[in-house]
Design a protein around this ligand. Structure first.
Ligand code: PTJ
Length: 248
């Protein structure tokens, strides 16, 4: 079906179409479609814009990435399909390694997603030959690369499941989550919880990376000022305010 450009939800419907297509060609898991639906609902409540508390978290995420010794961007099916170009741009700006890490892992999906990332400008994405495991994780998500996630000190994890975020924190890493659901276990266990849509979040984080580079005092101030729990309370307040607005 061709979606008419005049449709009020044109962009949202085109995104759905791209995700369905990615499921058909093997890049996206069926569960990825369900996860997107949950994200859409929160995005709708947030007004499909970056809320002020999310900007604060995005700045903190940029500061962590810039001050990291071994930053890694972890990419799953949804992130690759929705935001491969933004991942490539952010990885270049930091600079950071990119690793494909899947919950519903098959070797074929990893290969398809690595190819997709390369075609979108990511240099040497990791993930094809995992040679380490994240301790305490039963799922296939434990498989990772020694030169990537395993030895990273800061890991960006968009659209994560809570188990891995917790396991990475337990390994002593700083975990930066991007998740539209501020109530998720991921948001509540990560070092930084960015409650924003993945494309908007990556674009904003990249902008902050460029702004903050070389400004050591400002970097230290941003890192000190960020408090995940307080920031999530601000997101909850924003949601309540939004619902109040919609009632009027
Ligand atoms: O590609 P795979 O095999 O690694 O699988 C990826 C999924 C996303 C299926 C897997 O990680 C999963 O099951 O995730 P969850 O537990 O459903 O969590 C995904 C979270 O991402 C949910 O809290 C959603 O609200 C949120 N989310 C969905 N779409 C977006 C999003 N957050 C930011 N931007 C989005 N576009």
């Amino acid at each position: 079906m061709t979606i008419p450009r005049s449709h009020p939800r044109y962009r949202s419907l085109k995104t759905r179409e791209a995700l369905v297509e990615a499921h058909r060609d093997g890049r996206l898991s069926l569960e990825g479609l369900i996860a997107h639906g949950r994200g859409e609902a929160f995005n709708y409540l947030l007004g499909e814009e970056t809320a002020a508390p999310a900007l604060v978290a995005e700045k903190a995420a940029a500061a962590y990435l810039l001050t990291a010794k071994r930053p890694v961007l972890s990419v799953n099916g949804n992130t690759a399909v929705l935001a491969a170009k933004e991942i490539a741009a952010l990885a270049k700006a930091i600079p950071a390694r990119v690793e494909v890490n899947l919950f519903h892992r098959t070797e074929k999906r990893v290969a398809l997603l690595v190819r997709h990332l390369r075609q979108s400008g990511v240099v040497a994405p990791l993930g094809l030959r995992p040679d380490a495991r994240i301790p305490g994780l039963e799922s296939a998500r434990s498989k990772c690369s020694r030169s990537g996630i395993f030895t990273a000190d800061v890991v960006l994890v968009p659209l994560e499941d809570g188990d891995r975020a917790a396991a990475l924190v337990k390994m002593g890493k700083k975990v930066l989550a991007i998740d539209l659901n501020p109530l998720s276990r991921t948001s509540r266990t990560s070092t930084v919880a960015v409650t924003d849509e993945v494309v908007r979040a990556l674009v904003n984080i990249e902008r902050f990376v460029r702004q903050l580079r070389g400004r050591d005092r400002e970097l230290a101030r941003v890192l000190k000022a960020y408090d995940r729990s307080r920031n999530l309370v601000a997101v909850h307040r924003f949601l309540v305010w939004r619902l109040g607005q919609l009632r009027e």
